[in-house]
Design a protein. Structure first.
Length: 246
């Protein structure tokens, strides 16, 4: 264990590196579509359905799965059935409207530490396209950190399928066991990465960080600590990251 080196750390995008949630904006779009939803109820339903769908094997993929997610979320938040046409119109409006990209406060410091340790960094995202991911990363000011960006929309395969992880590590020229994947979904991200032979780490910002299957953290500042534990060592970087996580 002590001789193993984590040569690459890969990340999910939305919900991990950047906060893509815009409940107030979504509520305003829905109002224009004649659907009144309370932002707090929408937030609660969003997180609830996200957890439920992550816990079950996907029955759909891509745009269809996104529509399933929003139909369940909106129906729960509105406390009544919401038609598919409303969901599709919401998704179209969201894609056509460029909104601010919010970088989580722990993102840049985590990336700085890992890059300072000469670890290759990458992104694996269930998203529209690689170009879309790169645009978001660029707007967030962190595109230059990443050696590779892999998007399900471009690849034609999405998480939790092991193939998308295999493609990512192959392009980064590392073995799966030399790579760690960090994402905000327990099954779709962390467990799926483990199934592909990578190390998986669940970033649960709403949790307590006590889970072990998959390993769970609550801040990206814990990623360097986890990497060092995988390598069987500790050092000054561990203390700096721990101080920042307090």
């Amino acid at each position: 264990m002590g001789s193993m080196r984590v040569r690459a750390v890969l990340f999910d995008l939305g919900g991990t590196l950047v906060d893509e949630k815009d409940f107030e904006g979504w509520v305003e779009i829905l109002r224009r579509l004649s659907l009144e939803v309370d932002p707090d109820l929408l937030r609660h339903a969003y997180l609830e359905v996200q957890e439920e769908m992550d816990a079950t094997p996907p029955s759909s993929a891509g745009d269809e799965r996104l529509a399933d997610f929003w139909q369940r979320t909106l129906s729960r938040a509105a406390e009544k059935p919401v038609e598919r046409t409303t969901v599709l119109r919401l998704n179209a409006a969201v894609r056509e409207t460029e909104r601010p990209v919010h970088l989580y406060s722990d993102t840049r410091r985590c990336l700085d530490i890992l890059r300072g340790e000469r670890r290759a960094l990458g992104v694996v995202s269930n998203s529209t396209s690689e170009a879309t991911c790169r645009r978001i990363l660029d707007r967030a000011g962190i595109l230059d950190y990443f050696a590779r960006v892999v998007s399900s929309g471009t690849e034609g395969v999405e998480k939790p399928d092991a193939e998308i992880f295999r493609r990512a590590v192959q392009r980064m020229k590392v073995r799966p066991q030399e790579a760690l994947f960090v994402g905000n979904l327990a099954r779709t991200d962390a467990k799926a990465a483990e199934a592909a032979g990578l190390h998986g780490l669940w970033l649960n910002r709403e949790g307590f960080g006590y889970g072990t299957d998959p390993p769970e953290i609550t801040s990206l500042l814990e990623v360097p600590l986890f990497v060092h534990r995988l390598e069987g060592r500790t050092g000054p970087t561990d203390r700096r990251a721990a101080d920042g996580a307090r």
